[in-house]
Every structure is written in C-alpha cells, then in structure tokens.
Write a protein that binds this ligand. Sequence first.
Ligand code: HEC
Length: 247
Amino acid sequence: MRSLLRPLVLAVAASCALTNLASAADSLKVADVVSAADLKAMIADAVSGLEKLVADEKAFAEADTRVRNSASVLAAFAQAASELEGASLSPEAARTLRQAAQDLAAAKEFGPAKAAFDRVVKAANGEAAAEPPAAIEWGKVARMHPSMEEMEQRATKLRRSLKRIRRPEEDAQMAASIGILGLVTYGDTHEVKDPADLPQWQAWAVELQEGMAKTAAAIREKDAAAATGHFEAAMKSCEKCHEKFQD
Ligand code: HEC
C-alpha cells in the first residue's frame, strides 16, 4: 500500500509546486494603476521638473543624482504610456520618450544630457523618432537604485500630504507614480538569487502596486483615513521585501 501511494503523493506534491509557480501573482496592468489623464499630467510635470535641472551647466552640476532619478521616473511613465490604451502619446512617441528619458538618466555630462532632454521634449510633444525604439520589458526601464530612491522620497512626501488632503489630484498622482515604479520593481528581479523566491518577490511587488492604486482611489474620494490605511499597507510590502532581499 505504502509503495503504491508514495508515487501518487509525490505526483500531487509536484503538481502543487508547479501550480504555485504558475499562479505567482501577475503584475497589475498600467490601466489599473493610473488613468490616461493623470499620466498625461504626470509626464508634463516630470518634463518641466527636468527642464530646470538641465537649464544650464551649473544647474545640471548642482542637480547631481536628481537628473538621473527624475529621468528614471519619466522613463517609467513613458513605458506606462506605451502600454496604456487612450494614452495621450502614441505607442511610438511613448517608446521614443522612454528611450530619451533613459538616455538622460544615463548621461554623465551636461552636453549629452541636454541633447537627450531635447529629444525628451519632442517626444513628450508627441513626436516619435523616425525609427521608434522597440518595446522593452518593465525590468529594463529604470535601474533599481534610482527607482527605489524615488519611491522612498515620494512615499515620504505622500505620507505628509495624507495628514490633510489639500490637493487630491497631485496626491493621487503621487500615489500612482509609486504604483508605476512598482511595475518596474516587479520586472527587475536581478536581486532574486534563488528562482524559488521569485513568486515571493512578485507577490510583494503586486502588493505595492495594488496598495498604491487603492491609495490613489481613496485620495480621489478625499477619504484620508482609507488612503492612509492603504498607503501604510502598501509600505509594508517595501519592508517585507527589504527584510528578505536587501543585503
Ligand atoms: C519586491 C521587492 C522590493 C519592494 C516591494 C521594494 N523594494 Fe526597495 N529595495 C529592494 C532591494 C532588493 C533593494 C536593494 C537593492 C540593492 O542592494 O542594490 C532595495 C533598496 C531600496 C532602497 C535603498 C536604495 C538602494 O537601491 O540601495 C530604498 C530607499 C528603497 N529600497 C525604498 C523602497 C520603498 C520606499 C519601497 C516601497 C514603496 C520599496 N523600496 C519596495 C527590494 C524591494
């Protein structure tokens, strides 16, 4: 009897393990995290913020890592636009913007940064490159360090704003921006050394995306208590993931 059951038990266990992997949390879709109207405003804000940082050589030098960080966020917004139905930019213009923002994020000198920023402006105005860049995966949109730093800074600002919601539009967009960076986090799994940990990584990234999407929705309802609840729940996923994966 034992010898007959054993293979069966093993087979069931194996298929459970497989289902576990297969049912690892799917990333949210862009449309679940941000609306086309919000994304349009967020892209415009990001571009005008960057404009000041690359206004001249002095501003660029003083901005230090803020150019890299802000351009990384803009690249993520552009990636979102490239996947969002009804986005203000065509997928071709959105991919052109994503590439230009990535080039700006990588620029070490003022000259190349300024050139990349000029391409950012054109693409943000809807002009696609003659040969638009191909689509890329979320995990390749921004480097982990700047996107984590931006999530941290944005979360700190948002936590303050949630005490009393004065600018629901702005605050909801701030929450949505962290949700979009959560799509980058989901895709960039290079810190996961053991493949068995992948579903856990993804689950926490999805928790973050969902929590920030709910935070944004509650802000729109001007429900500060609900927004704070969703926000703090989302922030728990940061902590849990750091505990396991941050070295
Ligand atoms: C799914 C996993 C995961 C989630 C979710 C996550 N992080 Fe991280 N975070 C990491 C890992 C891994 C590192 C370490 C990266 C490294 O060592 O280069 C890190 C590093 C950081 C850093 C240090 C900067 C750096 O790159 O070393 C900050 C700040 C940070 N995270 C903030 C946040 C905030 C804020 C949230 C939530 C809004 C968050 N993270 C969500 C995995 C995650």
